[in-house]
Design a binder for this molecule. Structure first.
Ligand code: ZN
Length: 150
């Protein structure tokens, strides 16, 4: 294992042990519209419930709950962190999700840019393991669905 792989593994473990933005926010506590999505990955037993609050065109807040493998939980934590830091618009979030999906389906050919994806860039390596791609994608599919409902 090279140094970068070791660092990435560390980040994934860290997020799965200390999940960020965990616990669903009250739907009516803040202005805007909330959308909630529940996603399951039966192959691995992962579950994610994610809530996105959209205020105007901006995604103001992403909170989530879930259980399952460390990749699925770390991915949700990294995604929620990323959205919180960037204050993304709906359109930007959709572009980000599409780029993530493309990289994860590339079988190791595409790397996620750390400048764009933050800690979630650590999930690039998952694309070499097709059985785990769904684990990493789960929260991102949930966000896509939650935004559409908000
Ligand atoms: Zn999993």
């Amino acid at each position: 294992m090279n140094e970068l792989d070791a660092l990435y593994r560390e980040l994934i473990l860290d997020h799965s042990k200390h999940p960020q933005h965990f616990g669903l926010a009250d739907e009516d506590a803040e202005p805007g519209h909330s959308g909630t999505s529940h996603q399951k990955n039966p192959v691995c037993g992962d579950e994610i419930t994610l809530r996105a609050r959209v205020d105007g065109e901006t995604i103001a807040d992403v909170t989530w709950e879930g259980r399952g493998c460390s990749i699925s939980q770390a991915s949700a934590s990294m995604l929620a962190d990323l959205v919180a830091e960037e204050g993304l618009s709906r359109a930007e979030a959709v572009t980000l999700i599409e780029g993530f999906r493309e990289a994860l389906r590339s079988r190791g050919k595409l790397e996620l840019d750390e400048e764009v994806y933050g800690d979630a860039a650590a999930l690039s390596g998952v694309s070499k393991f097709s059985a785990r791609v769904k684990c990493a994608m789960l929260a991102w599919v949930a966000l896509e669905d939650a935004i559409a409902k908000a």
